[in-house]
Design a protein around this ligand. Structure first.
Ligand code: AN7
Length: 384
């Protein structure tokens, strides 16, 4: 048997990788499922179709352990909850937070309670929360109602709130920026992402800001990841921060209306949110980065979800497609200049929401199990 060449470098999650840049003690045991280190995929076919001279990368957060970016924050929040002696976590959720909380609670030996809007969460997410053994509480209301409930509950009951108002969540989620800067050797010019509760855009800004701060003085400082001898340090481009562009679904777009929305509606149930908890932080991030918010229609979202799946092999959920849908609109309007390097966060996996995917796609054909019947379909498809 050949010895394992990789022995000793097994990837064990983002806490072990970035512990010195997280507010955790050096020896705390990480509650981890190996989250982070997600692929940064350069778009090829979509970029060609757009015929604009820009580089577009998608950071595919759908391949995290529970299928969304939430795992980055949950590993830190649950690690901290365990360290502090908590016995249970609670959250309100449009689906992904509940799936992640349920999984990390299971891993950490905690109970989980999740509040979800009845009838408005994607099937895969519901299955996850149920399967991991969380207590699933469906409320006859939307995410914003659930959020108000869990905030007051957590003040009076022995449970740790793990929505993104828990600061450890954002600390974990900031690591996406670290990975991107390491992978590209610099920060992108633009970073596009879907915005719901606005925790993630806030976390991205914290992360990029820390990268820039670590890069420090242009002529003397190390890149922030090494002792001053790596290629990043030599390139000296790491210190700039991207322009952040946040996209919301048109029916749930408080940042575009510049006021809370009482009855948010969108096919992208993950971002069906009217009262974002990180409202002020997100405005600050947007302003400091020189960025903006835009909205995309449900029709644009679904068309782009399908485009990414068919043209690039990237299957994301509807909310995640909002970032690329919005980017396409802004490129068409000339808001992003040629030559730009752009990263889009693709926040969740398409398998989360099989109902929407099946509705968007051509139905399977049924034929007898016979050579000529199958052959006829094959030939028709090849000619099509
Ligand atoms: C796939 O799970 O709010 O702006 O409760 O699941 O940080 O809220 C999910 C949000 C984007 C928006 N994409 O991120 C929840 C929840 C996907 C998401 C967002 C969510 P934030």
């Amino acid at each position: 048997m050949t010895p394992n060449q990789n022995h000793g470098v097994r990837y064990t999650g983002l806490i072990d990788k970035y512990r010195d840049r997280l507010p955790l003690s050096a020896d705390v045991h990480a509650v981890s499922l190996g989250e982070g280190a997600t692929p940064l995929i350069k778009l090829q076919n979509v970029s060609r179709l757009l015929a604009v001279d820009v580089e577009i990368y998608v950071k595919f957060e759908g391949v995290n352990p529970t299928g969304s970016f939430k795992d980055r924050g949950m590993t830190v929040a649950v690690t901290k909850a365990v360290e502090q002696g908590s016995r249970a976590v609670i959250c309100a959720s449009t689906g992904n937070t509940s799936a992640s909380a349920a999984a990390y609670a299971a891993r950490g030996g905690l109970k989980a309670l999740v509040l979800i809007p009845e009838g408005n969460i994607a099937l895969g997410k519901l299955a996850q929360a149920m399967m991991h053994g969380a207590k699933v509480i469906q409320i006859q209301g939307n995410f914003d109602h659930g959020m108000a409930l869990v905030k007051s509950l957590a003040e009076n009951a022995p449970v740790t709130l793990v929505n993104s108002v828990n600061p450890y969540r954002l600390q974990g989620q900031k690591t996406i920026a670290f990975e991107i800067v390491e992978e590209l050797g610099r920060a992108p010019d633009y970073h596009c992402l879907p915005v719901g509760n606005a925790g993630n855009i806030t976390a991205h800004w914290i992360g990029y800001t820390e990268c820039a701060r670590n890069a420090g003085d242009e002529t003397t400082a190390a890149c922030g990841f090494c002792d001053g001898h790596c290629s990043l340090t030599r390139q000296r481009t790491i210190q700039h921060r991207p322009t952040l562009v946040g996209y919301q679904a048109a029916g749930a777009a408080p940042f575009i209306a510049n006021q809370f929305v009482d009855h948010p509606e969108t096919v992208a149930t993950a971002i069906r949110i009217g009262r974002p908890q990180s409202w002020e932080f997100a405005w600050t991030a947007s302003r400091e980065s020189g960025g903006w918010f835009s909205s995309v229609t449900d029709e644009q979202i679904l068309r782009t979800q399908k485009l990414l799946a068919e043209q690039e092999g990237v299957f994301c959920e509807p909310a995640s497609a909002a970032s690329i849908a919005g980017l396409i609109g802004d490129l068409e309007q000339g808001k992003i200049e040629e030559g730009s390097i752009i990263v889009c966060t693709v926040t969740g996996h398409g398998l989360k929401d099989p109902d929407t995917a099946i509705e968007l796609s051509a139905k399977p054909v049924t034929v007898p199990a016979q050579q000529d019947a199958v052959r006829k379909i094959v030939m028709e498809h090849l000619d099509g």
